[in-house]
Design a protein around this ligand. Structure first.
Ligand code: SF4
Length: 292
């Protein structure tokens, strides 16, 4: 196993992937809701360190099929650095089927469609992209460092390059006051960009609310379970995608859902409606029972 620089994060769907930290931390590190890398100073790791780890891991895990490149934005690396890493991975792991990484919005703007195509051709298959919200006002409030238009441009480039796009979106991000605009504008952004994977997580404050509130301001009021479900319902009602896997089954979510859109849309809405009618529904995670 490579020597990891903690803390180490990966998306839930990368649980069985071998992880290599090609960068440490996040080059932005300023989103109000995120404390994943606040203890780390961002840096790219030298190629020879990564190479040593890949060669050693290939001896121990020769059957590896999935690799995740960490930390927060491996795609910040320019193609001259990233492509040799991808080539080495496919050379050393003959069973490798997929390499993925997180991507910051600005990563997809710095790279042209051709740059992204080169990376995709070298074997980067899927990128995890934090949309969080499609609302322009809230994007500023949470200090995302990007605009709605820039996100749409970046996601279009990713599609054109053939990268699979997995988006994360945050329920409760606008609090009570901005819930409706958050839901409608997020649904609208996703409907215009058609990511292959749409995941909803729920805003949580494992280290306290201080960082979030100092950026967001005093008009944030946390949503309760019923309001979170109403927000999710509003998103799904307004979501018009062609072919997307929908998930809200992260541990932060009060109600775990899994479906394929558009065909399961009514099923999802019926489930949410049923749970909204019954605060003891066994579909709610036990810790949120009677939270309605
Ligand atoms: S870009 Fe991603 S990893 Fe970086 S601070 Fe924002 S949410 Fe966290």
């Amino acid at each position: 196993m490579p020597h990891y620089h903690e803390p180490l994060f990966r998306p839930p769907s990368e649980a069985s992937s071998l992880i290599f930290q090609v960068t440490l931390g996040c080059s932005w590190n300023q989103c109000a809701f995120c404390e994943m890398y606040t203890t780390k100073k961002f840096r790219a790791r030298p190629f020879d360190e990564i190479e040593t780890e890949i060669r050693a891991a290939a001896l121990t895990y020769p059957k590896t099929e999935k690799v995740f490149l960490a930390d927060g934005d491996a795609l910040v690396l320019n193609n001259k650095k990233l492509i040799p890493i991808l080539h080495l991975l496919y050379e050393k792991f003959p069973h490798l089927k997929r390499v993925s990484s997180y991507a910051l919005p600005k990563n997809l703007l710095v790279k042209s469609v051709n740059d992204l195509k080169e990376v995709q051709k070298a074997g980067l298959t899927l990128i995890y992209y934090g949309v969080e919200t499609g609302d322009p006002f809230l994007l500023k409030k949470i200090n995302k460092g990007t605009s709605r238009e820039e996100m749409m441009e970046g996601m279009t480039r990713a599609h054109e390059a053939g990268l699979i796009l997995s988006t994360t979106n945050l329920l409760g991000l606008g609090g009570r006051k901005y819930s409706k605009q958050h839901a409608l504008n997020t649904a609208d952004l996703l409907s215009k960009t058609h990511p292959q994977y749409i995941s909803f997580l729920t805003l949580m404050f494992p280290l306290g609310k201080g960082r979030f509130l100092s950026a967001f301001g005093g008009d944030y009021e946390e949503l309760n379970t019923q309001e979170l479900l109403q927000e999710l319902k509003q998103v799904i009602e307004n979501l018009h995608v062609r072919d997307s896997e929908f998930r809200s089954n992260h541990a932060s979510n009060h109600l775990a859902l899994k479906a394929h859109l558009p065909e399961d849309k009514n099923k999802l809405l019926k489930t949410i409606h049923r749970v909204l009618q019954d605060s003891t529904s066994s579909l709610l995670r036990p810790e949120y029972l009677r939270g309605l």
